[in-house]
Ligand binder design. Sequence first.
Ligand code: 5GP
Ligand code: ZN
Length: 114
Amino acid sequence: MTDCIFCKIAAGTIPANIVYQNDDVLAFRDLNPQAPTHILVIPKKHIATTNDITAKDAALIGQMYLAAKQIAKDEGIAESGYRTVMNCNRGAGQTVFHIHLHVLGGRQMNWPPG
Ligand code: 5GP
Ligand code: ZN
């Protein structure tokens, strides 16, 4: 999608601090971090919200979690703990309509979330 900021990051036309990528997924540091580690894992393919995920995307979504696991290890937060979050639609706080898995850690994460 030409007007999607995360598609532009995936295409390399907007810069990002990339920490992990393979053929299908990309991970980069959040511009406005909410924790000492705050990384976004995205599929390179455009999917607007979790409501738009189909059965054909199952392996791709699995790859996002495998990337999150590797990133947590690389960031040194795998054992202390981290949170993975995907916000769906505005009521949940989604502002960029290309799915992204937030990987947050490096501080105590509270529950319930806001
Ligand atoms: P959402 O609110 O949709 O769950 O999360 C969107 C996230 O994307 C926010 O945490 C926001 O800081 C981040 N973000 C928005 N635009 C950019 C950008 O251009 N580059 C990076 N690295 N992060 C962005
Ligand atoms: Zn997109």
